[in-house]
Design a protein around this ligand. Structure first.
Ligand SMILES: [Zn+2]
Length: 114
């Protein structure tokens, strides 16, 4: 399951940042997940629980900020919401290869217990 590897990486980054901010216990993690990031949110949450519970640590909450995919059409100079992961311009039907957002898989913030 590739979500598991992603969550392992996220955990590493979160621990690194927690360390940098004084080493408190992580209570919650906020992530930004694009609709075209190629992950299932349910699988992501499951993987998160597996990764975080492995070491018998205090429970950590995962908050997900979904990001809708947006594309840009050069013909119409228009940016639009990509529905169903398809970047077809609603005005001219041109398939855009210019994805403005939607592939995010970022750690946004941590909530630490001092
Ligand atoms: Zn267009």
């Amino acid at each position: 399951m590739h979500e598991l590897a992603l969550m392992e990486a996220l955990r590493e980054r979160a621990l690194e940042q927690a360390e940098r901010h004084g080493g408190g216990t992580i209570r919650a993690i906020t992530m930004r997940v694009g609709s075209l990031a190629g992950v299932e949110l349910e699988a992501l949450e499951l993987a998160f629980a597996v990764v975080m519970e492995r070491e018998g640590a205090a429970p950590v909450r995962l908050r997900i900020e979904p990001v809708a995919a947006r594309c840009y059409c050069h013909r119409c100079a228009l940016d639009f919401l990509a529905t169903d992961g398809c970047c077809e311009c609603p005005d001219c039907g041109h398939i855009s290869r210019d994805l403005l957002q939607g592939r995010e898989l970022d750690l946004v913030s941590l909530e630490l217990d001092e």
